[in-house]
Structure formats: structure tokens, C-alpha cells
Design a protein around this ligand. Structure first.
Ligand SMILES: Cc1cc2nc3c(=O)[nH]c(=O)nc-3n(C[C@H](O)[C@H](O)[C@H](O)COP(=O)(O)O)c2cc1C
Length: 322
């Protein structure tokens, strides 16, 4: 399957693994790239330029295919060393960067001068158009269903993707709620040139996270995610657990007076405890509604091969036969 995204990124299948804090390590990124998609290392999980350089080098040892790095720009009192992180991305020969969070305009010139393709992840048509206007090569359009930060507009992909198709000139991939061949064909039908998956890739043999995380997603249904931090305008879709219920209770009680300090226990430093140690009630961690479609733990290659085979069958048998 050739699309503007496979051509742009030099990959076989139009499937991208979105950056995921403490999940997007070299093992997963390399497995996705080796299977013909685009794997992505999560830059901020490494934190320092030295550690990111090391992770990029590890990934190069595991694959000779293209892979990317995610750079998430969030407001922070002590911002990460973005110039240093970008320098090791350039020095490490990485050719694709997935940006997310704040407008990446400040960092585009140096990335583009070094021949790096920039895919900006956005949750609205407005932000996607902004990304196009500042020179991003593509966007990842993240619907309300998505695990992580769906923004504040709450527009699901059945509306968001065709809206993006109507407005954008640069290619885009769908993101949020994508799991299988049906997702891919639907995304293509709505104008996307491929799809980005987060939660689905966590439940694979190669994802370097504790088995409890994979089992929790398999056990979850589409009803088991919650939106937290809405009043802070930093909405995150997470899997429900006792810590999330405590957090929601605080939000309901404090209302507009809620401050980040009130929920530190439920949200700060949670990821290593969940992803490495498997302490599933340690706090709030991102998970998409797509958990309801995830029932198995295949290898990444089997997952991607099955998606492509199912997409082919839908297009060439079911749809052609209508
Ligand atoms: C556990 C987890 C951690 C995530 N961490 C990040 C992150 O650090 N940066 C980022 O841009 N997106 C992050 N995301 C969002 C994903 O890249 C992707 O956009 C999202 O998972 C797509 O929705 P889906 O989970 O329904 O596939 C995360 C998602 C999950 C599930």
C-alpha cells in the first residue's frame, strides 16, 4: 500500500507508533520499524541528550529501517534541554520527529535544515492548519477517543478526520481509537494517508512494559477510561483505577479551585511505577477507549501483518463486492 505518508517517510506500511512516555523505548520502536511501520522513541522519557543519544544508538543496532523520535513540548518550570535533545536527534541520523503539545515553530528551522520530516500531533483542525502554515510536513490528527491528551474540543474522529481532509493540503494520519484493518480502511476513506496507534502497540510481545499493564488493557472495555485534569485545561484520557477515582473526587470537590499541587500524588512520577514495576494503582496513566478492541498480545509483526491483510480483504473483497 503506497500513500503520501509511506512515500514521505520511506516505510512499507502506513502505520505509525505514536510516542508514549516510558513505553516508546528502542525495543518497541525497532520492532515497529522492522515490521514495516514507523517506530518512535519518546524523547522526554530519556530526559537528557546523553540518554536519548544512547537510546537512538540502541535502536540503530536493532533496526536498519527508519524510525522517529517524539518531542513533546509542555509548559514546565524546568523545561527539558530541547536544543540538546534536538542536536542528538540530528547527530543520530534520525529523519522523522513527531512533535506534540505546544506549537513547535521555534524548533522547525533547525529540524528542517537537517532534512528531518516533522509530523505534528494535533487535536483540532485549527491546530492542524497552524502546523501546516508553519511548515510541518504532516500532521497526526488525534481524536477525542485517543489515549493521552485529547485536547479540550472533544471532537471524535468520525468528524475530525473528514474535517481535516476538507481543510489540509499536507498529508495527515488518523490517531486515536485505531486498532486493526477496519481502522486503517476507515481512516483512508476519511482522507487520512495512514494511521497512528498508541494503546494498541502497548499490548504486544515486544512492548517493554510490565505484563500487568498489558493485562489491564486486555481486561478493560471501551467504558473503562476517564478524562482527568479537565479544569486545568490539560485533559488526559486514562484508564480508571482507585487513584483515578480519588483524583476525580478531588476535581469534583475543588472545582475551579483545583491546582496541580492538589493532585501531585495521583499524576507526578507515576509512569515508571506503572510501566516498569506494574504497580497498577500508582496513579493516572494514559490509555485509549480502543482498549475495548484489544483482546490479544501479538508480536508487533503479526499485528501489523494482520492489519494489512484485513485492510486488503475489506478493500478487495467486502467493499468491491458491494
Ligand atoms: C501510555 C501512553 C503514553 C503516551 N505518552 C505520550 C507522550 O509522551 N507524548 C505524546 O505526544 N503522546 C503520548 N501518547 C499519545 C500517543 O502517542 C497517541 O497519540 C495516542 O495513544 C493515540 O490514541 P490511541 O491510544 O487510541 O491509539 C501516549 C499514549 C499512551 C497510551
Amino acid at each position: 500500500m503506497k500513500t503520501r505518508i509511506t512515500e514521505m517517510l520511506g516505510i512499507e506500511h502506513p502505520i505509525i507508533q505514536g510516542g508514549m512516555h516510558h513505553v516508546g523505548l528502542a525495543e518497541l520502536a525497532a520492532a515497529v520499524s522492522n515490521a514495516g511501520g514507523l517506530g518512535i522513541i519518546t524523547g522526554l522519557t530519556q530526559g537528557t541528550p546523553e540518554k536519548l543519544a544512547n537510546e537512538i544508538a540502541r535502536c540503530h543496532k536493532m533496526t536498519d529501517k527508519p524510525f522517529g523520535v517524539n518531542l513533546t513540548f509542555l509548559p514546565s518550570l524546568t523545561p527539558p534541554d530541547y536544543p540538546g535533545l534536538i542536536q542528538v536527534i540530528i547527530d543520530g541520523g534520525v529523519k522523522v520527529v513527531e512533535t506534540a503539545g505546544n506549537n513547535p515553530a521555534k524548533w522547525l528551522p533547525i529540524l528542517k535544515e537537517n532534512g528531518i520530516k516533522v509530523i505534528h500531533k494535533c487535536t483540532s483542525v485549527r491546530h492542524a492548519l497552524k502546523a501546516e502554515s508553519i511548515g510541518c510536513d504532516a500532521v497526526s490528527v488525534d481524536g477525542f477517543e485517543c489515549g493521552g491528551h485529547p485536547g479540550e474540543d472533544d471532537v471524535p474522529n468520525f468528524i475530525l478526520l473528514p474535517r481535516a481532509a476538507d481543510e489540509l493540503t499536507i498529508p495527515f494520519v488518523s490517531s486515536g481509537g485505531m486498532a486493526d484493518g477496519r481502522s486503517l480502511v476507515a481512516s483512508l476513506a476519511m482522507g487520512a494517508e495512514g494511521m497512528n496507534m498508541g494503546t494498541r502497540f502497548i499490548v504486544t510481545e515486544e512492548a517493554p512494559v510490565h505484563e500487568n499493564v498489558k493485562q489491564a488493557i486486555i481486561n478493560a472495555s471501551e467504558l473503562d477510561t476517564r478524562l482527568v485534569m479537565r479544569s486545568l485545561r490539560n485533559t488526559e484520557r486514562v484508564l480508571n483505577n482507585p487513584a483515578v477515582e480519588r483524583l476525580l473526587e478531588k476535581e469534583a470537590t475543588l472545582g475551579a479551585d483545583l491546582k496541580f499541587e492538589d493532585i501531585v500524588e495521583e499524576v507526578a512520577g507515576v509512569y515508571p511505577k506503572i510501566m516498569k514495576t506494574g504497580d497498577m494503582d500508582a496513579g493516572a496513566w494514559s490509555c485509549g477507549m480502543v482498549a475495548g478492541l484489544i483482546h490479544d498480545k501479538p508480536t508487533v509483526k503479526k499485528l501489523i501483518d494482520d492489519i494489512m491483510a484485513e485492510a486488503d480483504a475489506i478493500i478487495n473483497q467486502r467493499l468491491k463486492g458491494l
